[in-house]
Design a protein around this ligand. Structure first.
Ligand code: DAT
Ligand code: MG
Length: 152
């Protein structure tokens, strides 16, 4: 049985600068993923230290944080069947040069440090990341007339 899950996506500053926000969001919409939360906001140093804690020792950590603060980002919470793995599949491998054709990163980027999009990679991280960036009142549960066609 497939689980209905929520996952956190960030459209990074390069997606905003390159006018790819709509293009990327459209892919998630067309998949049938439901937009539960959506906003433009500025990332803080504190948020990035937590969000990228697993990379704190890396040589590129400071540059990564600077890049993520260049412009506001778009935060999106998506809901759907096996949404966490499905969205990771749709964005592709971290390094765009290794990502499969048809994924966001392969189709629109070439450089690991400007790979356009973040998405949660596990059930635990998705729960934490949704909470990290969205308040409860910024998330919406609603029915869509297409639910029966998408969720079966
Ligand atoms: P992902 O974003 O696919 O979950 P990650 O969590 O390992 O990958 O890394 C977070 C971000 O850090 C990644 O999207 C881009 C940046 N990054 C990762 N590896 C890098 C590298 N070798 N050089 C520069 N930036 C890197
Ligand atoms: Mg990651």
């Amino acid at each position: 049985m497939a689980d209905v899950q929520r996952t956190l996506v960030l459209l990074k500053p390069d997606a905003l600068q390159r006018d790819l926000l709509g293009e990327i969001l459209t892919r998630f919409e067309r998949k049938g993923l439901k937009i539960i939360g959506l906003k433009l906001f500025q990332l803080s140093d504190e948020q990035l230290n937590v969000h990228y804690a697993h990379l704190a020792e890396k040589s590129f950590f400071a540059d990564l944080k600077t890049f993520m603060k260049h412009t506001p980002v778009v935060g999106i919470v998506l809901e759907g069947m096996e949404a966490i793995a499905e969205v990771r599949k749709m964005i592709g491998s971290t390094n765009p040069l290794q990502a499969d054709a048809g994924t966001v990163r392969a189709d629109f980027s070439m450089n690991v440090s400007s790979n356009l999009v973040h998405a949660s990679d596990s059930v635990e991280n998705a729960a934490e990341e949704v909470k990290r960036f969205f308040k409860e009142e910024e998330l919406f549960a609603y029915a869509k007339i297409t639910d029966q066609y998408i969720f079966g």
